[in-house]
Design a protein around this ligand. Sequence first.
Ligand code: SF4
Length: 344
Amino acid sequence: MSIQETYEKMKEKLGKILPDFEIKYKAELVYKINQLKEERNAVILGHNYMEPALFHTIPDFKGDSLELSRKAAETDKDIIVFCGVRFMAETAKILSPDKLVLLPAKKAGCSLAESITAEDVRKLKKKYPGIPVVTYVNTYADVKAESDYRCTSGNAARLVESLNSDTVIFLPDEYLAKNVAKETGKHILFPTKKPRAKKENTIEYQLIGWEGKCEVHEKFTVEDIKNVRKQFPDVVVLAHPECSPEVTEAVDFSGSTSAMIKYVEQTSAPRYLLLTECSMGDNIAAANPNKEMLRLCSVRCPHMNEITLEDTLKSLEKLQYVIEVPEKIRKRAYKAVERMLAIG
Ligand code: SF4
């Protein structure tokens, strides 16, 4: 496809949400990236939170982090470029140890992944021996290696229920833990808080959580929802389960990024508000031009924002930044994924 054809295709998809000069400039980058992708025998993965000009152009696969890593592992490509954040690229490496995995920006971190260390998990396991540890996918490889199971926001409640254990250690997202507790009827103990002393050493609580939070999703409040509903009574409000339980209670639908996309596609309401990372609302708006996405959101994940078309081009040119996971950690982290997949 020529630069002109790339521009025309982008114009058709993104013309309503991006100015023409931006589409023209980015079409050149997209063209170069696609050329280099072929030459290098690379596959590009685009997380749902990537900015629209990247999301709708260069990725071979788009979606949630685990789903993307699984798809990339099935390809015969030599290189995986992960347009997402570091823990996602590590997940791709865990599933594809023989491929070269690249992250276009060196920094791209995550407040949730950084909230807990492998040492924290080891201490919890010592304090609560024999209790299964479920770790959310938004963690680094060494934390996953300490876990028995890994989960996504889409299967967390199902996985916790399937364990058939009175008590579960669920890490590290406080709000997701509370939402899972609400769904499964389990109670939660947060060991980093100081709950009433006499209860701390009993197994009265069934789900042991942590106080990690997504710095994007924690910003949404019930007040935001009330204000929007006042202005637009017919609006359908959706929220990610990394939002507080008060927020997920007040919305029409709560689910993973993929579940929210599906919901919008399969529902006939004219107007939606997504309480999640801003770019995802833009990406859904571009894919569903007949549905209105309220643009009240100004919450952009600073880590996802690190990934640009310019950096992705540089990543392919210079083969940077290489993601490595020590084999000992990788094998243990892989087991946690395998156990999750066995549960479904
Ligand atoms: S949106 Fe939240 S969970 Fe996702 S990468 Fe950003 S900080 Fe982490």
